[in-house]
Design a binder for this molecule. Sequence first.
Ligand code: AMP
Ligand code: GLY
Length: 416
Amino acid sequence: MVGSGGREHALGWKLKQSPHVDTIYFAPGNGGTENNQNISVDQIDQLAQFAKENNCLTVVGPEGPLSEGIVDEFIKRGLSIFGPTKNAAQLESSKVWAKNFMKRNGIPTAQFEVFEDPKKAKDYVKSVDYKLVVKADGLAAGKGVIVCNDSSEAISAIDKILIDKSFGNAGSKIILEERIDGVEASYIALSDGNTAYPMASSQDHKRIFDDDKGPNTGGMGAYSPTPVINEKMADEIQKNVIEKTIQSMKKEGIIFKGFLYAGIMIKDGKPYVLEYNARMGDPECQPIMMRMDSDLYEYVMASITGTLSKLPKIQWKKQSAVCVVLASKGYPNSYPKNEEILGLDFSDKNSYVFHAGTKKESGKILSNGGRVLGVTALGDTLQDAIKNAYARAGKISWPSKYCRTDIGKKGLSWGK
Ligand code: AMP
Ligand code: GLY
């Protein structure tokens, strides 16, 4: 398992339950994972050597190594690996590529223009009468998107990306796109390049504070399933977004294998793709893995071998699952590290504490990142799952612990 976040811990936890899986090695892993290898996610050569020596199937969590071509390199060396190739991962690594791809293939997305010249971009801002979102083309650790309230904010965003180069090369091109104010949800599928099976619907909570206040983060909590994506909407997204994406990629000569994540905005009953990710979401992965009844290993192998259609659709628990992220106060800016975390050695069958920014030192678990733990719980209803997750989270403590108190609330009040 390549990566060190809650997503990777959850994928490893689920894979470990498979009778086909013997040992899981994490590279580099965290304080909650086992068999950690001191290899970072961008050391592709060392990862490949390790995988070869230990006869591993490799599963890649984060976007960085995928966009660097880890899958291409492993395939070249005859190693078994799950995830998209570098070309296929362009859906995430270049927003310009992804937007143009959606446009030429009729996949629903906000209207947009691409600019390299700041003057032309600013003229465009003055020429439109709707609100804009300014996006850097490349990977910018989730920070390259600026949602603007008026034209002066859009102009500053253009300056920040194209002139101040705040995101370096990732911002040598920008997208100006129409802002869509609707409700957001995540739709993730597993593809073998031809067939795509839905994982489950989920909803992330991207802002740091309750009621979606404050700056964007990697995600402060998630729950699954979400009522925002009802059955009819799920069918529409599956057909018009996921299957259309996979088939259009194929038509263009690119086989997309792996998790395909569509960030969706729903407005007036219609879904629009805000972005693609060529990987699982984090923290969406944690509640999704808790609800998955099927054997993940079998589906991962079917994705690699292109035999997904031979397997039944993935089975899900009827229950809801909620993941509350426990972070270090100060995140997404600077925060303290190396604080001892207490209350982890309590277990119950309905919850699991996935580690993210933690490390183990002389038998103690210490905080080691912004997002520290993902406390994830099942419940018969969304309300029960919320209650169970917060009850479990309440037993954990360290000096700088911080979490949102409203994870899942949007799901409870939906339609009311
Ligand atoms: P992205 O990384 O493209 O998903 O953008 C980050 C966040 O910006 C999304 O989760 C949305 O909340 C917001 N966003 C992106 N594009 C738009 C859009 N066209 N309209 C409104 N909000 C958007
Ligand atoms: N939780 C959003 C993401 O993984 O990009």
